[in-house]
Structures are given as C-alpha cells and as structure tokens.
Ligand binder design. Structure first.
Ligand SMILES: [Zn+2]
Length: 185
C-alpha cells in the first residue's frame, strides 16, 4: 500500500463502549488499525487483532450491509453474510448465530474450502450496534476514502497480476497446488 507520510495519521487509543462489561479499544498507525476487545470487569484483554488500513476501510464500507443483515436476522429470516475484506480477513454473520465476526480465514487442502480461524473478534448484535454508532467519528481523521483499494492498482489490470497478489488472492497458490496434486492421482 502506498502511504503518503505527509497525510498519514496516527490515531491515539480510542475507547468504544460496546457493553457494560466489554469494550473495544481502537488505535492506528499509518498502516494498521489495532482492535482490542477488553473485559473491563476482569481487566483482561480478550482478543487483539491487527488489520491493514485498507482491510479496515473495506470493513467500514460494509457497515450498511451488516446492518441490513442484522435487521433480517432480527426478523427471523435465514441469512448468511460473508464478505471478503482483503488479505485473509472476512466479516461474517448469519442466523442463528448472534455475533458479527471480524475474522481471519485459512484454506483447507482437504475440503478445498476456506474456514474460520481463532484469530478474530466476535461482537454480539447489541455490541455491534454501539460499535457502529461510534466508529464514524473515530474514522474521520483517518480519511479512509483516500486509500486506494488493492484491486485498483495498475499491476492488477491483467489476470496474472491480480492472481499473483497475496492480498487479493491469499489462497490462490494453495488452491492451484491442491488441484494439481489431485489431478496427479
Ligand atoms: Zn491485490
């Protein structure tokens, strides 16, 4: 990612109150955002994830879709929302699960499918609603609209360039390798 050091922003630690007992802390440097889920009652860090700034941007661009999915779940509709954020990161939620997951995925050579890992943060619906409320003003100084998404880079115009990018296609070579091995049998 191209970083303009003149405009790069370092965000001091921000506290987002998401429930009576658990809060989310957010801090950024010019390239990454840290999300820290903290148990205030027990003074314990429950989870900490580090997202590249463009993955955070992709996440924030999905807030409306997540809100609509939450409405559908609350109306007892069967829905499943899984959106790719870049790198190995996804945001997901679906009925009957009552959590929004910001989570890293891995690729299974056995099933040839992606699967969620332990590295991620899960927020209950009520926590997510409060998170949404606070995240807009916090993002303002980050100027996320100025970040160029990976897939718009000039070297991504052709298939070769796009598939060679581990940020856009993190599991491409595992998939190709697994398929090759299967073809040999
Ligand atoms: Zn890319």
């Amino acid at each position: 990612m191209e970083i303009n050091t003149d405009t790069a922003v370092v965000l001091p630690m921000q506290k987002l109150i998401i429930s009576a007992t658990r809060n989310l802390y957010l801090e950024s440097d010019p390239t990454t955002v840290n999300l820290i889920l903290y148990d205030e009652a027990n003074h314990t860090t429950l989870k900490k994830v580090t997202l590249m700034l463009q993955i955070w941007q992709a996440l924030c661009s999905q807030l409306n879709e997540v809100a609509q999915t939450l409405q559908a779940i609350k109306a007892y509709k069967q829905v499943h929302f899984l959106h790719y954020l870049g790198g190995t990161w996804y945001i997901s939620l679906g009925s009957p699960n009552w959590c929004v997951h910001i989570r890293e995925y891995n690729f299974s050579l056995d099933s040839m499918k992606i699967y969620p890992t332990q590295n991620g943060i899960a927020m209950k619906h009520s926590e997510w609603d409060l998170f949404m409320w606070d995240v807009g003003p916090i993002n303002e100084p980050l100027n996320l609209s100025g970040i160029e998404p990976c897939y718009l880079k000039s070297d991504h115009c052709n298939e070769e360039g796009a598939t060679a990018c581990v940020e856009c296609q993190p599991f491409f070579y595992q998939e190709q390798g697994a398929q090759y091995l299967r073809d040999q049998i």
